[in-house]
Design a binder for this molecule. Structure first.
Ligand SMILES: *Cc1c(COP(=O)(O)O)cnc(C)c1O
Length: 232
């Protein structure tokens, strides 16, 4: 099942790329494995998948203890400042930097361990009340502020577009984030490398790819529906 799902998602990404003249190699597929057991992750790894996205620090710790660096772990969920210390050295990218206070905490822990932590700034493009992240208007200043932190490396932007039945309705948000991404890239800010534009989930990743996403975060489309009751 997982192998077939992965093949289908990869094929959909390739088709979306072809439609707009992009190379599929420009798009990273992040398999979102939150709430899913290590066994399913192993199955995906056997089918060639390496990058996995997780939302909860405790799950990262548990899965990392088993699989270690055989998988490439990404933190994509809201991160509490007091938990930063548990994921330093385990994840290759934190997608969900949604406040300067969080970035400062990451700087502190990274400095303590003499490492550089790669991050994306999360942007709430649709200005949804319920969502974390910087507003589009705040983002440039936030990028500059984080760029001044020597152990934190800004590698791009991330957004979660609104949950919708109609993926097309999110096109406007993907386009808006892409523009912000390009604008910031053109500023050539020191200690900022705009490489990763993390947008698109199961419901809307093909539209996101058409609009320039370089990393799509797909959970349900690979692992099936989630059962949150298993999370403590
Ligand atoms: C859960 C989650 C995803 C994956 O969602 P699906 O709709 O299952 O693909 C992607 N991004 C974030 C930030 C998530 O929390």
């Amino acid at each position: 099942m997982i192998r077939e799902n992965l093949a289908e998602v990869r094929s959909n990404i390739a088709k979306a790329c072809e439609k707009v003249g992009r190379e599929p190699s420009e798009v990273t597929l992040l398999a979102v494995s939150k709430t899913k057991p290590v066994e399913m992750i192993r199955e995906a790894m056997a089918a060639g998948q390496r990058a996995f996205g997780e939302n909860y620090v405790q799950e990262i710790e548990e899965k990392y203890a088993v699989l270690g660096d055989n998988a490439d772990w990404h933190m994509i969920g809201h991160l509490q400042r007091n938990k930063v210390k548990y994921i330093i050295g385990k994840v290759s990218l934190i997608h969900s930097v949604d406040s300067l206070r969080l970035a400062e905490q990451i700087q502190k822990e990274a400095e303590k361990h003499s490492v550089t932590v790669r991050v994306l700034l999360e942007v709430n493009v649709a200005n949804e009340e319920s969502k974390w992240g910087f507003t589009p208007d705040e983002t440039v200043e936030a990028v500059k502020a984080v760029a001044a932190m020597p152990n934190v490396h800004v590698c791009g932007l991330m957004t979660s577009a609104p949950i919708t039945e109609d993926a097309e309705s999110n096109r406007v948000y993907f386009r808006q984030l892409r523009k912000l991404f390009d604008d910031i890239k053109a500023m050539n800010i020191e200690n900022v490398d705009m490489q990763v534009l993390s947008m698109g989930m199961t419901g809307d990743y093909t539209v996101a790819v058409e609009e320039g996403s370089t990393l799509v975060r797909v959970g349900t489309g690979i692992f099936g529906a989630r059962d949150y009751s298993k999370l403590q």
